[in-house]
Design a binder for this molecule. Structure first.
Ligand code: F6R
Ligand code: MG
Ligand code: MG
Length: 366
């Protein structure tokens, strides 16, 4: 049975700044999806990470289905009404265009979706991040799919060891989608040369070379490219199918123990470690740190199991302590050097104005 998973994520308002959506807002989104999805969807799940709400839908209408995308758009619109009525901050923040035009891509919300022939048991992960950008998944995906230090299947399982083909998107190219395909292990160094640049090159999808099956779909939205100015970080959503010819669930999540430094954090202009958190966690310290949650599902004929929270375990409590220390360490140096993003990535435009103002005050002595 061919099933499509569509995961759409947006910030349509939150409590006390950019921390977390209200219960009523999440409930309203759920209500619209449940009602409108009766004859459309096989199943759905609604969750939130930081100030973003994630809608996961399983269905048989293929990727880019207008009806499915419209349902999510309507749910976020209905949620925005609740956010406005409650005086939540940034109501409708990620709905950058007024009218729905067939697909939510390019309208603000982040989308990860793909179709596949469902396996007998279909285990997959839904990862949702806040206060960071799509390239935050580059390193974990590379390590989980291409590095035997993290994925023991690359040497132990012939299916996994056949390697993977990565599709990489150049997110700075705004006139059309600029992509490249690279396969591991032979293209590993070329792949790393791109993936080191999280702000420009982003893993869009990964497929198995053993059977051609797609394992990964990741959102590549850059809100700044849509709005032309800063309206919030891109807060990416990722689906990873696991087991058999794909990494085991434990291999797929292992790289998140690094708490690697990513772009985002306060005002989308800083560097901070990506903290793996339990589902439903808000943000706090310095509007961060950047967070990622991971819910594991099994699916049969499009019906979703209850989610298991992959980061709700004593091991990850220890990781969170370690990552908190890392967040504290980099924050100790405030605005200096590596703690903030390079000039070109600073948000809000304030820096450009300030530099323009200072331009005339420089003197050159010869
Ligand atoms: C980061 C983020 C927050 C805001 C900050 C200021 O993605 O959303 O860190 O940038 O709270 O928000 P405004 O400009 O809305 O007052
Ligand atoms: Mg927000
Ligand atoms: Mg957010």
């Amino acid at each position: 049975m061919e099933i499509t998973l569509t995961a759409i994520k947006a910030d349509v308002g939150s409590i006390g700044g950019h921390l977390a959506p209200s219960r009523e807002l999440v409930a309203r989104v759920e209500e619209v999806i449940a009602e409108g999805g009766k004859d459309l969807l096989c199943d759905h799940f609604i969750g939130h990470t930081g100030d973003d709400i994630a809608i996961l839908m399983s269905h048989e209408h293929g990727a880019g289905s207008e009806a499915v995308h419209r349902l999510a758009w309507d749910a976020f619109k209905a949620g925005t009404k609740v956010a406005k009525a409650q005086g939540l901050y940034g109501a409708g923040q990620d709905l950058l265009k007024d009218a729905f035009s067939g697909n939510v891509r390019g309208l603000g919300p982040a989308v990860a979706e793909f179709s596949f022939e469902e396996r007998e048991s279909e285990p997959f992960l839904l990862l949702t991040a806040d206060k960071t950008e799509p390239g935050a998944y580059n390193l974990p995906l590379y390590l989980a799919f291409a590095d035997p230090m993290y994925n023991s299947g690359l040497i132990l399982s012939p299916g996994v060891g056949a390697g993977y083909t990565f599709v990489i998107m150049d997110v700075e190219h705004t006139q059309g989608d600029r992509r490249i395909e690279l396969s591991t292990p032979e293209d590993a160094y070329d792949l790393v040369a791109l993936l080191r640049d999280n702000g420009r090159f982003v893993v869009e999808s990964i497929r198995s070379r053993a059977d051609g099956e797609q394992a990964v779909a990741c959102s590549t939205t850059r809100l700044r490219n849509i709005a032309g100015k800063y309206v919030g970080k891109d807060d990416p959503i990722l689906i990873v199918r696991t087991q058999k010819n794909f990494p085991a669930t434990g291999e797929a999540i292992a790289p998140f123990a690094i708490g690697h430094l990513v772009a985002g954090f306060m005002r989308g202009s800083h560097t901070g470690p990506l903290m793996p958190v339990k589902a439903g966690t808000g943000v706090s310290f310095f509007d961060g740190p950047p967070i990622v949650s991971c819910l594991a599902f099994s699916m049969h004929e499009g019906r979703l199991s209850d989610p298991a929270d992959a980061f709700d375990h004593p091991y990850w409590d220890w990781v969170r302590d370690k990552v908190s220390q890392k967040a504290h360490d980099i924050r100790e140096q405030g605005f200096s050097g590596a703690a903030m993003l390079p000039y070109s990535d600073l948000e809000y435009g304030g820096i450009t104005d300030r530099m323009k103002k200072l331009e005339g005050r420089f003197r050159v002595d010869r």
